[in-house]
Design a protein around this ligand. Structure first.
Ligand SMILES: Nc1nc2c(ncn2[C@@H]2O[C@H](COP(=O)(O)OP(=O)(O)OP(=O)(O)O)[C@@H](O)[C@H]2O)c(=O)[nH]1
Ligand SMILES: [Mg+2]
Length: 273
């Protein structure tokens, strides 16, 4: 598939990803995390020299893409920019959020710094709200140990409801376990059951009204609870991006003879356009 006039942002990137991958990817994995948590070190450790960098179309955000083989599967990794949140306050945050939300990766690995877990879990919780296909890579455990910080990974996994893999990526410790965790989630679709954040009663009551309406428009394409939360936030960027996504899906369906009209797109315009 070549770049087209209609390809912008996430879509141009996804098309380029498909073109450059060479061999077909069996799974695409997003690597997210706060700045300086060792994402690129994990990325390099997994992909070796099999990687290249590119620009996110329309933005001055550089992304690295790479691949590795595990259990006869070709896994493509995308090293996202370091961000503290996915609220799209900056170009980096928008790129990371758009890729996790609209790029539909087969798994998202959140690389967290074990020496300051509390701050890092904020992003992990945001990703878990978008997708159950989340893995926590608890990196820098060597550094944490030096600071006499011991993290109980089994307990953390139980609390969060997602796989937690301790790593010291600079020394390549834990990377085989990380590959296996990715394999289980992305290939075998064995996802965890991420803990859902419960908001104050007023917000939960509003969600109960809004979420079914969102669900009927989006028909399972996105996590309707997360989208409803963004609508309550008044996040106009996400509405515009969803419209673009739905319109694109509609165009693709129209190209197929047995297409049906997308009520979802028209309905979505009522609250978004
Ligand atoms: N001690 C230790 N250092 C690590 C580990 N992983 C990465 N580092 C070091 O941490 C620093 C940051 O690593 P990067 O891989 O560049 O981190 P990043 O998350 O990609 O950073 P940004 O892309 O700038 O957000 C480098 O000096 C790495 O060598 C680890 O497990 N243990
Ligand atoms: Mg990096």
């Amino acid at each position: 598939m070549g770049l087209t006039a209609q390809s912008t942002g996430i879509y141009a990137f996804l098309e380029e990803l498909a073109q450059n991958a060479g061999t077909k990817a069996d799974a695409v994995i997003a690597l997210a995390g706060n700045p300086n948590t060792g994402k690129s070190t994990v990325f390099n450790g997994l992909t070796g020299l099999n990687q290249h960098t590119g620009n996110w179309p329309g933005k001055t955000v550089m992304l690295a893409k790479g691949s590795y083989r595990y259990q006869q599967k070709n896994i493509t990794l995308v090293d996202l920019p370091g961000t503290y949140s996915l609220l799209a306050n900056s170009a980096d945050e928008q790129v990371a959020r758009d890729f996790i939300c609209f790029g539909n990766p087969d798994a998202t690995v959140v690389v967290a710094d074990a020496t300051c877990l509390e701050r890092n879990l904020n992003l992990a919780l945001q990703v878990m709200e978008i997708t159950p296909k989340t893995i926590l890579c608890l990196n820098l455990v060597d550094e944490a140990r030096r600071k006499r910080i011991e993290v109980d990974c089994a307990k953390l996994r139980d609390i969060l409801g997602i796989p937690v893999v301790p790593t010291a990526a600079r020394d390549k410790v834990g990377l085989d376990e990380l590959k296996e965790a990715i394999h289980q989630v992305a290939i075998h679709k064995r996802t965890g059951q991420p803990k859902q954040l419960v908001y104050e009663p007023k917000i939960e009551a509003a969600l109960q009204t809004l979420q079914p309406a969102v669900e009927s428009l989006l028909r399972g394409r996105f996590n309707s609870r997360w989208v409803a939360l963004r609508l309550l936030d008044g996040d106009t960027g996400i509405i515009a991006e969803m419209l673009r996504y739905l319109q694109r899906m509609e165009r693709e369906r129209e190209r197929q003879p047995s297409s049906q009209s997308a009520q979802g797109v028209k309905g979505c315009e009522q609250f978004g356009g």
